[in-house]
Design a protein around this ligand. Structure first.
Ligand code: PMT
Length: 409
């Protein structure tokens, strides 16, 4: 569950009161949870309780309901992109009908439509037994199952009406288990599942003397986002990080380094046994030829610093990679540097390069978003819009997944 993004859709059934407990269980296991609550659902469980346990706002309508919510008419799309799985519990007869008809009249129905392909949808119908067995409900369930949704039949037992029979929603622990299994299966569907992925991230520091260094503005955010996205797919991830102030993504092995020489030495250890190498680090191309021992004095009016070239880590991997290994790089250029990025793709023998520029506001160093253009060695160019670095990492890995499939990896 760690690092997974889960959306829970809650409809209007008495079992809705159990969902805050499910949210707590998911959060305890390290998942991020967002809740889409139908109007009927809000009659059974309070928005406040759900917002408190999920630590997120609750999504109801596609449209902002108050002025203060601001105008964001696209959150149904970003939520569909964000989610690794959608759980609808309890699912009522009404919502089953809405979803099977493809209606889009609230946030839950919209997310159901914008959820990315391959992401599990688990539906837990809960209602009166006769209602559940009615031909209309069964027809809608069959439609949703044919679309790839997992329908988990209700349990038998005492119902809210006092009757006994089928219709009860499973306990939160059982829902959690079903979700864990579904996510595990979905992860296995990625060609990156159980692949060894090595990622470089952040800047390097090249010593001038004992207290000064040459470096750059890289924060490591892009590389760490890629590591998170790969770990979520079940890859075995090693993240070779320059000096950055970021927490290690869950399930990722981290190797901290400072200089290019250290990053190169750490990376070379994995050259022969990794399946995918991604160079997201902003590596210093040069280093002072002879770093001064101790602290340089400021007696001189002018000093000259001789720089020597550093090894190119990614090119080193590109030179020696086998047919079953993939090399992916970044090219940090000026806004018009697409050609230069193409040159790096060829010169470093890469399978894919992500061109980005830097304006310190929307893309490149240190900001939370990036604007990538992906260029494949097959000539295919994909221009991505401004995205959060997490969303950009997802798109990059989707492109790599295509490459894996294309090359039979
Ligand atoms: O860390 P953030 O603040 O989130 O910023 C992200 C980023 C802008 C640093 C990232 O998206 C990025 O563009 N990283 C590559 C920056 C860079 O050094 O680009 P380059 O064009 O100089 O290098 C081309 C490729 O060769 C890169 O994959 C780089 O990692 C690799 N390289 C370069 C030099 C070298 N000596 N060794 C290398 O491996």
């Amino acid at each position: 569950m760690r690092g997974k993004n889960i959306i829970i859709g809650i409809c209007g059934g008495i079992a809705a009161y159990k969902i805050p407990q499910l949210v707590r269980l998911l959060k305890k296991r390290g998942a991020s949870v967002r809740v889409a609550l139908t109007d009927a659902g809000a009659r059974f469980v309070s928005e406040l309780a759900l917002a408190t346990v999920s630590e997120e706002p609750i999504y109801r309508s596609i449209f902002p309901q108050t002025e203060s919510e601001g105008v964001d008419f696209t959150s149904h799309i970003s939520l569909g992109e964000w989610a690794d799985a959608l759980v609808i519990a309890p699912a009522t007869a009404n919502t089953l009908a809405r979803l099977s008809a493809g209606l889009c009249d609230d946030m839950l129905a919209a997310i159901f439509l914008t959820l990315r392909p391959g992401k599990p949808v688990l539906i837990f119908p809960a209602m009166d037994g006769q209602m559940f067995l009615s031909p209309s409900v069964q027809r809608n369930i069959a439609t949703l199952a044919a679309q790839g949704c997992s329908i988990i039949n209700p349990e038998s037992g005492e119902l809210a009406s006092g009757l006994c029979g089928i219709g009860r929603m499973p306990a939160p622990e059982a829902i959690l288990l079903a979700l864990e299994e579904a996510l595990h299966e979905a992860d296995k569907c990625s060609p990156l599942y159980s692949k060894r992925v090595v990622i470089t991230a952040g800047p390097t520091r090249e010593k001038i003397d004992g207290v000064r260094f040459i470096s750059n503005y890289s924060s490591g955010k892009m590389g760490f986002a890629i590591a998170r996205a790969a770990a979520k797919r079940g890859s075995i991830v090693t993240l070779i990080a320059g000096p950055v102030h970021l927490p290690t993504p869950p399930g990722v092995e981290r190797v901290d380094v400072e200089s290019t020489a250290e990053m190169n030495a750490a990376a070379e250890k994995f050259f022969s046994n990794c399946d995918l190498f991604i160079g997201a680090a902003a590596v210093s191309d040069y280093r002072p030829a002879a770093p001064y021992e101790g602290k340089m004095k400021k007696d001189e009016e002018h000093i000259e610093l001789t720089l020597v070239k550093n090894p190119d880590i990614l090119a080193g991997f590109g030179r020696q990679k086998s047919a079953s290994q993939l090399a992916v790089g970044f090219a940090l250029e000026t806004r018009t540097g697409l050609e230069s990025a193409r040159k790096k793709l060829t010169e470093k023998n890469l399978d894919l390069i992500a061109f980005n520029f830097f304006d310190r506001k929307t893309c490149g160093f240190d900001v939370d978003t990036n604007i990538l253009t992906l260029i494949g060695s097959d000539g295919i160019v994909t221009e991505l819009p401004q995205l959060t670095k997490d969303a950009a990492a997802e798109k990059l890995l989707e492109a790599i997944e295509h490459l894996c499939l294309k090359n039979g990896l």
